[in-house]
Design a protein around this ligand. Structure first.
Ligand code: ATP
Ligand code: MG
Length: 470
């Protein structure tokens, strides 16, 4: 990797002396270090003796071969990690396209427009710097901040993860709090994987996704004939989780009645199936998660005694906007993952795209950033992602165009503030559309969407048809 004070070095390979001199003067004036060669062999000599050539600008037709030969040598033998720009007459554009396939960075047709060349050089330099920067981040990250799949460099987050790992092997109940997409489930996985219960059942229940009666059956099971339709015995999740761990996600959403039953499981480690009177004893570790349980306790919607029982170990995850230093690390990780998944070789993203991502507040936190990178990786045809590939909502947010809708005030609204509803929709379809659009606007933050629409979180889950997680 180059030290920052070293000038970018450029090698010109061109057999026509006048053209070579012209390029030489231009590049020197731009402040770069210049080398020159008039043949493939002369170029290879320079490359083999000088390790620091960043960019090679080569003619296609050379006396002892072609620019493609040179390119193949560089890419296959990995002599250097230089980027190659091909210069070519209009008649050989086809070969230039071939060159791109072989890994050339770009081609430029003769007569060379020096402004265009200057821009290409600048773009290569800024991309290279970004890749270098991300590589630096990567090595440092591997050493210190990688907790399995959870990536963070924020001091507060590291403390939280360390606490999680420290209590993993205890049987204490853990309450994980945090906004949507901050990694609550990921942290629960880490706790389980570091515990002795690792190879025992790990059962996840999304409490917000189920109506009260179904949730009771799911958690505690039911006896045959407990109610109409209960035509066989059904083991609940507490029972299935025996010996292992149960993850009660969105625990703030459960009814007061179910809360008291859960309190008993936590205190006595026992319960009865719905419609039964046999007491079932279980040995389970409970991990609970919620986005806003404290507010529910204050409002009397969540039992304080249960809250204290759950809150033996409290892990409060930090919103991404309060730890923006994590953004480049996360981007790097997601780029690697999604590139691999899509069979692409994406190396990084340009500065404009990075700036937009660094300036965003990410109401949907890490999940939203992850989705954005997945989207960009999927649509990109190049090795470097740029700002044009960002999802629209991020582009709009970066332009400051999206303003929250104010229910009370009537004002002249931007078109982005409207939802268009066709006349031929049923009321239910229209309702679904409104929920869907509001979710999109809120970056899939379900709590915010429920608040904006003044409906329950459960309704949103029902509409999303998202019955179980995990
Ligand atoms: N620090 C992190 N490093 C890497 N990936 C992360 C990190 N935090 C979250 N993610 C990823 O982001 C996504 C959302 O995380 P997760 O499902 O754990 O969030 P959550 O807090 O449970 O969200 P919700 O409240 O909406 O259920 C997952 O794909 C997860 O792997
Ligand atoms: Mg979750």
């Amino acid at each position: 990797m180059k030290e920052l004070f070293q000038a970018t070095a450029i090698l010109i390979v061109e057999d026509d002396e006048a053209s070579r001199l012209g390029l030489f003067e231009f590049i020197k004036l731009e402040g770069y270090a210049v080398f020159e060669a008039d043949s493939v062999s002369a170029a290879l000599n320079i490359l083999n003796s000088n390790n620091n050539i960043d960019i090679i600008i080569t003619d296609l037709k050379l006396p002892d071969g072609t620019g493609l030969d040179l390119l193949r040598n560089i890419k296959e033998d990995k002599i250097q990690s230089s980027e190659v720009v091909i210069t070519t007459g209009f008649s050989s554009v086809k070969s230039a396209v071939e060159a791109i396939k072989l890994g050339a960075y770009d081609y430029i047709t003769k007569p060379i427009n020096l402004d265009e060349l200057g821009l290409i050089i600048k773009r290569i330099i800024s991309n290279k710097r970004l890749i270098d920067e991300i590589n630096i981040l990567k090595t440092r990250l591997d050493e210190r901040f990688n907790f399995g799949n959870l990536i963070t460099s924020s001091k507060k987050m590291i403390d939280i993860v360390n606490t999680a790992v420290a209590v993993a092997d205890k049987n204490s109940t853990v309450l994980i709090e945090g906004e949507s997409g901050t990694g609550k489930e990921l942290l629960a996985n880490i706790i389980v994987n570091n515990s002795q219960r690792k190879n025992k059942p790990f059962i996840k229940v999304n409490c917000a996704a189920l109506s009260e009666s179904i949730l009771e059956s799911e958690l505690f099971g039911h006896e045959k004939g407990a109610y109409t339709g209960a035509d066989s015995l059904y083991k609940g999740r507490f029972e299935i989780a025996d010996g292992g761990t149960i993850f009660l996600d969105e625990i703030g959403e459960i009814s007061l009645k179910t809360q008291s039953k859960i309190l008993r499981v936590l205190q006595e480690k026992e319960f009865e199936r719905v419609g039964g009177n046999k007491t079932i004893k279980v040995n389970i570790r409970v991990i609970a998660a919620s986005q806003d349980i404290e507010r529910k306790v204050k409002r009397g919607e969540f039992r304080q005694d249960l809250y204290y029982r759950l809150n033996v170990v409290n892990l409060k995850l930090i919103p991404l906007r309060e730890r923006k230093e994590d953004i480049p690390f996360l981007i790097k990780k997601f780029l690697e993952d999604f590139s691999k998944e899509n069979g692409k070789n994406i190396k990084g993203l340009n500065k404009n795209a990075l700036d937009i991502l660094l300036n965003d507040d990410f109401p949907g936190n890490v999940r939203e950033l992850k989705n954005a990178i997945e989207f960009m990786t999927a649509i990109s045809g190049s090795e470097i992602l740029d700002e044009s590939m960002l999802p629209n909502y991020l582009k709009e947010r970066s332009h400051g165009q999206s303003r929250p809708l104010k229910r009370e005030s009537i004002e002249i609204l931007n078109s982005e503030d409207y939802i268009k509803i066709p006349f031929n929709l049923t009321l239910e379809e229209a309702e679904n559309l409104i929920i869907q659009k509001t979710l999109e606007r809120n970056a899939y933050n379900k709590i915010k969407t429920a608040n904006d629409l003044n409906i329950g979180l459960k309704t949103i889950y029902r509409k999303l048809n998202n019955v179980f997680q995990g």
